[in-house]
Design a protein around this ligand. Structure first.
Ligand code: ZN
Length: 248
């Protein structure tokens, strides 16, 4: 049993520090997933040599462009470039199909009407629900991050390991529950000292560190202040880098 996670992108929405938008590639012995697929994800996927046709499902935390904006590109890439044959499952907050279709139409008019060479399957993940998507057990918690649909923190069990992800959110009391018992808790950390609405501030994470029962804690989505203060982050906490590969 194993879970290999490749950090395709760990940056914020604005490319701070030259980092790509959020996208993680999860690989078990029997399935592969993307968790989030931000606008720059396909660039990262190609830079890292990841085979998109081998990916079974994309699991989305919330519907902001830096977390799902790469999907219109991936759909066309699968149809025109990689000649995908297997179904592609996209799971995420309620309303995801409508938002993805709208994004397709804005970026590539008429592209949502193409008869694709593969099946596109949308699965809605309700806050508070637990479901199985392509062999991964997914538990969803609603967080606080307005994005036109309920934003989710995720506990994803795959390959006998537990990957917990805060998604984007301000600090909430539910986050230690999300992280509890995880082999890796990936937590966004956009802000450091200065609060930024709807995002985790490092000082709040630090104050609650003793309550986070995850084997490893890793930070992603660092804004400019967090990037400048990386040396002040508790040494027990890891910091994601684009291209990093983690055996969880
Ligand atoms: Zn967001």
């Amino acid at each position: 049993m194993s879970l290999k996670i490749t950090i395709v992108g760990c940056g914020d929405a604005f490319g701070s520090g030259g980092r790509r938008n959020t996208c993680f590639h999860l690989e078990t012995e029997s399935a592969r997933y993307f968790v989030d697929f931000g606008a720059t994800a396909l660039v990262g996927v190609n830079a890292l040599g990841i085979d998109t046709n081998a990916v079974d499902a994309i699991i989305l935390s919330h519907l902001h462009g830096d977390h799902f904006g790469g999907i219109p590109f991936l759909i066309l890439h699968a149809h025109f470039v990689t000649d995908r044959k297997r179904p592609l499952v996209i799971a995420g907050p309620p309303g995801l199909e409508q938002r993805i279709r709208a994004a397709q139409e804005v970026m590539f008019p008429d592209s949502s009407h193409i008869e694709l060479c593969f099946d596109l399957v949308f699965v809605e993940l309700e806050p508070g629900s637990r479901s199985t998507v392509c062999g991964a057990d997914i538990e969803c918690f609603e967080v606080c991050h307005p994005s036109g649909a309920p934003p989710l923190a995720l506990r994803i069990q795959a390959g006998g390991r537990l990957f917990a992800f805060s998604g984007d959110t301000e600090w909430l009391d539910v986050l230690p529950t999300v992280a509890g018992g995880a082999d890796l808790f990936m937590c966004e950390c956009y802000a450091f000292d200065e609060p930024i609405p709807y995002h985790v501030r490092y000082r709040d994470l630090e104050a609650n560190l003793a309550d986070i029962g995850a084997r490893r804690i890793m930070l992603n989505h660092l804004g400019t202040e967090s990037l400048a203060r990386m040396a002040d982050i508790d040494p027990s906490i890891e910091i994601a880098e684009d291209g990093m590969v983690i055996d969880v």
